[in-house]
Ligand binder design. Structure first.
Ligand code: SF4
Length: 71
């Protein structure tokens, strides 16, 4: 039986690399040496979902999103 998981994804072509998302979701997003987000690939824990939504809404380029995937 499959279940849904949340994943955080970024569109690198839209990202400006200022790292707002990493400031709002440091448990899940780091920045590389140029300031671009490096996002953990595994399923987002439920207790971080609200923080992830905040990062999505704060992104000035609408480059980051939370998607629901079947596992
Ligand atoms: S907040 Fe958006 S534009 Fe800024 S680094 Fe994160 S994904 Fe890129």
């Amino acid at each position: 039986m499959s279940r849904a998981e949340l994943r955080v994804m970024v569109d690198p072509t839209s990202c400006d690399g200022y790292g707002t998302c990493a400031e709002l979701l440091p448990e899940w997003i780091e920045t590389d040496e140029w300031g671009f987000p490096v996002i953990r690939r595994e399923a987002l824990p439920a207790h971080l979902a609200d923080h992830a939504d905040r990062a999505v809404h704060a992104c000035p380029r609408m480059a980051i999103r939370v998607v629901r995937v079947r596992s």
